[in-house]
Ligand binder design. Sequence first.
Ligand code: NAP
Ligand code: F7E
Length: 337
Amino acid sequence: MSKRAFLTGITGQDGSYLAEFLLEQGYEVHGMIRRASTFTTGRIEHLYRDPHNSDARLFLHYGDLTDGQSLTNLILALEPDEIYNLGAQSHVRVSFDQPAYTLQATGAGALNVLEAARQLNKKKTAKVYQASSSEMYGDVLETPQTEKTPFRPQGPYACAKVYAYHQTVNYRESYGLFAVNGILFNHESPRRGETFVTRKITRAAGRIKLGLQDRLYLGNLDAKRDWGFAKDYVRAMWLMLQHHEPDDFVIATGQTHTVRSFLELVFAKLQLDPEQFVAIDPRYFRPAEVNLLLGSAEKARDVLGWKATTTLNELVDLMVDHDLELARQECLIAKSR
Ligand code: NAP
Ligand code: F7E
């Protein structure tokens, strides 16, 4: 019989790649989605099958991480083998505007998932993956950052993730739950949300190239990030739940680059000069900045056999090609009007 996975955040970047990966592995996949006034399932539409069709292996259910009761009901009814908690208010800048909501969704939401898994555990063992973040290292206390580096969070999002991290360890140690933290460094893709810096840059560059836009406003260009490819990273999530014992792992490329060098790489690929099109807007600065992230994924390599396989240059190619094509489609639509 095929294994059953339950995902929160299935409509997000990682949720879509993980659902795709799990379906390829033969899993039955259940995703929780939020009710919204517009469709939010664009990233998983290509995976969705008619639920009345007996071949269907992807099922969607309404719920919300802040609604612990409905989440518990769902998990108890579905009895999944694996639970991936990818749902979160995941935008760092937004978390400064909505700290309490971020705590509810990103911090307490994770507790709701763990508590539901603990209740299910009385009947059936479910393994839990918690989407922890390099953002927890904040004002970093050592470089590169490893599983042993202490956290020094720099904003509401990071504080909420640190809470969720510790609860995951707590449920593992107190109740024997198979619960793991994947401490993932930034990972990007053509499916990355358009308000995160990499995608904001590739999307704008494609539009500028085709004359659809003439300016790109950014914030701090000096911040350094360890950027990998989301598709590589969801495999690591799955590997953590296949390991014989629950443990926490850093997932990173081991390379770091400034936002400025990412910008220059993208613009150079399209023969554009950033000086001509890019301006700084202080609205994009954060009350506290995380200046440098650089991860060591040595433990994941040694224990799980995982390592990043996509270079930054290849990642930029994937994103630029995708967003140039998107801009071409915009041009065609504009012409046909
Ligand atoms: P994302 O694209 O922003 O997706 C977030 C997902 O969470 C969406 O499906 C969103 O649903 C859902 N969500 C938000 N609030 C929710 C709530 N209250 N209840 C239920 N679902 C809710 O994020 P991502 O990049 O895929 O990241 C996945 C997870 O990894 C997140 O927890 C993020 O914090 C964490 N993480 C990401 C990175 C990274 O570099 N990408 C690195 C480390 C950790 P809607 O579609 O309805 O908004
Ligand atoms: O910012 C700078 C900004 O928003 C990266 C989330 O997935 O990764 C992500 O968080 C850097 C920061 O990602 C703009 O100040 C400059 O230094 O793309 P970002 P993030 O904050 O690192 C971590 C690991 C997560 O867990 C999060 O969920 O870029 N920056 N100018 C800008 N950032 C944005 N968004 N927009 C700008 O215009």
